[in-house]
Design a protein around this ligand. Structure first.
Ligand SMILES: [Cu+2]
Length: 370
């Protein structure tokens, strides 16, 4: 630290000394001549900086373009709209950037002090003020309107044929729920969360004793962790929530994201257009997976909060779904008509083995450890 401070002080001293020295030189040479020379040098630097800067921008672009998502196609219909908006914005701002930078540095060089010219007093011009206010205002309004229209369509009601999956964030992973054959998500109650048998706190109703009214809509709900299945070309609606803190469902390949807020469900829908298999070919990466990243800093293992979306054909999805067992049978194996042992693990994958085979269904599942 002391070393850094010393270096900074020394650098200041050196600059100060140089400034002083050049002052003395100016006195010796005559102030006027020295200033004119300085102006010429500065003018040259302006042009050099312009050329080096533009080359730098181009170089950075070619170097980094492969590391961005821009070279890969969007994997959803909605994402294609996002991409086209980004393209329009980047094109407009890119053109403006290049023109203004060239004008800035070129003018500084071209209109440096000269004995052949007299400065022209030009304090104000209404026409110009109007032009440079109105044109950007129109351009930005168009961009914002297109953006809002898209945003409203992604977050509005999904098409009727959409499949619906509930996504719940937790420290640190994702839980997916499918409504089962009845197409209805059963109610949840946070006190019923049990990491081993009921990771979402599904309210089984008939067994809890908390609710008198019998409601079995939660009985066929299917709960999965880490990997979610979706169908190509079929709209997919996500009902997003959180079990603890604020997370965010980041879907970079689909170009969408949405906050997962505890207690306040958010929704988002999109249509995947390539299966995972097709994306493996498109990206040339045999290990490609659609990743859900948590896009909201949510704790010490935030970086590892990764989920996977497996996009498959309808037939493959049906085949996979047929093998799934409702979470209810995981919690109450004796209720399972198939009574197959061992029971399909449900709930937190690490503790799923702890399913109690002879658990009396009249008992409440263990209290939540949140
Ligand atoms: Cu998170």
């Amino acid at each position: 630290m002391i070393f850094v401070i010393t270096v900074v002080i020394l650098v200041f001293l050196i600059i100060f000394q140089i400034a002083k020295a050049s002052e003395y030189v100016a006195v010796l040479k005559g102030e006027d001549r020295a200033r004119k020379e300085n102006n010429k040098i500065n003018g040259f630097f302006m042009i050099a900086f312009l050329i080096a800067g533009l080359i730098g921008v181009y170089w950075c672009n070619t170097l980094l373009i492969d590391k961005t998502l821009l070279v890969h196609p969007s994997a959803s219909l909605q994402g294609e709209k996002v991409d086209s908006m980004l393209l329009v914005t980047l094109t407009i701002t890119g053109i403006v950037f290049v023109i203004t930078q060239i004008a800035l540095f070129w003018f500084a060089f071209k209109y440096q002090e000269s004995e052949k010219r007299k400065p022209f007093y030009f304090p104000h011009n209404n026409t110009m003020e109007i032009i440079w206010t109105v044109i950007p205002a129109i351009a930005l309004t168009v961009l914002v309107v297109i953006g809002l229209r898209n945003w409203f369509s992604f977050t509005s009601d999904a098409p009727k044929d959409a499949m619906v999956v509930e996504v719940t964030g937790k420290q640190f992973g994702w839980i997916f729920r499918y409504p089962g054959e009845d197409g209805v998500f059963g109610k949840k109650y946070f006190r019923m969360i049990d990491p081993a048998t009921n990771s979402l706190g599904l309210n089984w109703r008939d067994s809890s004793g908390i609710n008198v009214k019998d409601d079995i809509s939660a009985h066929d709900d299917i709960v999965q962790e880490q990997t979610m299945y979706a169908v190509k070309n079929k709209p997919l609606k996500l009902i997003i929530g959180s079990r603890d803190v604020v997370h965010d469902v980041g879907l970079s390949w689909f170009r969408l994201k949405m906050d997962a807020v505890p207690g306040t469900p958010t929704t988002l829908w999109f249509t995947p257009i390539y299966t995972t298999k097709e994306m493996k070919e498109k990206t040339g990466n045999p290990n490609f997976v659609y990743e859900i990243s948590c896009d909201q800093m949510c704790g010490n293992s935030h970086y590892s909060m990764k989920g996977i979306i497996e996009v498959v054909s309808q037939a493959e999805y049906d085949e996979w779904m047929a093998k799934q067992k409702p979470a209810y049978y995981g919690a109450f194996p004796e209720k399972d008509p198939a009574t197959i042992k061992p029971v399909t693990p449900v709930g937190d994958s690490t503790k799923a083995v702890a399913v109690k085979v002879n658990q009396n269904e009249k008992q409440l599942p263990k209290k939540a450890k949140i």
